[in-house]
Design a protein around this ligand. Sequence first.
Ligand code: ALA
Length: 478
Amino acid sequence: MSFAKYFIKKPIGELHEEIPTEYSLKRVLGPINLVNIGVGSIIGAGIFVLTGTAAATHAGPAIVLSFILGGIVCAFAGLCYSELASLIPISGSAYSYAYATLGELIAWIIGWDLILEYTLGSATVAVGWGGYVVSLLKDLHLVIPPQFTAPLGAKLADGTTGFFNLPAFLIVMAITVLLVIGIRESAKFNNAIVFVKLLVIFAFLFFGVSHINFANWYPFIPKNTGKMGDFGPSGVVTGAAVVFFSYIGFDAVSTAAQEAKNPRRDMPIGILGSLFFCTLLYILVSGTLTGVVNYHDLNVPDPIAVGVNKIGMPWLALLVKIGAILGLSSVILVLFYGQTRVSYAMALDGLMPKFLGKVHKRFHTPYITTIIFGFLIAFAAALTPIGKLGEMVSIGTLFAFIIVCAGVIYLRMKQPDLPRAFRCPLVPWVPIGGIVSSLYLMSGLPLDTWMRLIIWLIIGLVIYFTYGHKNTKAGVIT
Ligand code: ALA
């Protein structure tokens, strides 16, 4: 249910205790659950797949620095998200916060951008999922023809070209069905998956550390090849822009604000706690991986499993693959779920066609939006290389960060007296730090990725001015 419309009609200072009881959810989540939700949606294809690609093609062992850089950018944005989340303790996303505080146009831009982030984000993770499934099946002597495990036109090792990434397509279709019939992650299921993901990662660290070959860390920052972003200092920035994907999801914690026992205290703990934990883990994993395997050999769909193979523990490689497959499935589910709820909220607010907000009579899920986006995500996953998808998600998310950080500064100036349970420290410097560092990471992304973002935003604005703006005026909360 979107509350944005409801709140926008109230003076903003009166927002807090105003959630109508028929819409209110049980407040059951404590700080540990919230950190778990964060970790559940953060750890995914970023660390399991993109670390390898980014080390092999951009940063080398300095991928560790890329992760630190990415973590810093997210910490700035995380502090700003926390202030917004504690200001408006309603269920939703950056879209709902923006609607209630920054107005309709900004909300539209963020919502449209979030659709890009979540749609392509779930496609990216689906491709990573496919990589681990193909690798697991190979261990079981089941080989899918490589043309059906790679995107259209991809050059394959045997000299042929890829046609359609079938495993990635199928997992998205399966998750579409789950979302239509209404199975979403319960807190218990999420905890179990988080446990499995962490188990395989800690096992890798535990057994990997003693197999680090220090020679693999030299040169720590490989020499630039002459092309911007291919190793050298610029490679570290490009690497950060790519692995930045691994941090996406910490904002998912803010969507649980309405179910948190003490949202004003626990939201920031959930967001920043899960971010801090993951940053630490990523630094350790990427350092160990590039120490165990030379970065040249990491441009593979299953780098962590390659690392474990190098250690010489086939049983652990099997465990890593199963853990990755389970873990990645839950990330696809969470991201796709987020996508359907954003477009559902936008449809209820009148910004998107009403049929996207239509709920299934029996399953009570927004089934039309789920099915339409299910096909879009599945085809994007089947036809596009993971690197390109990940870059689009990164640029879209960084753009949303910039708006959120700017929003915090704007609201502090316009409405300084609002009750803020969590205050972002050192305003405006922290939000400015968020804006500048996001722009810095965006500068590491290729021009064609920028062009795609700009085209996406232009299409969004055309739809807003020709459709959304007119319809939302007539909209009422339902
Ligand atoms: N952070 C999530 C991942 O790495 C999206 O898969």
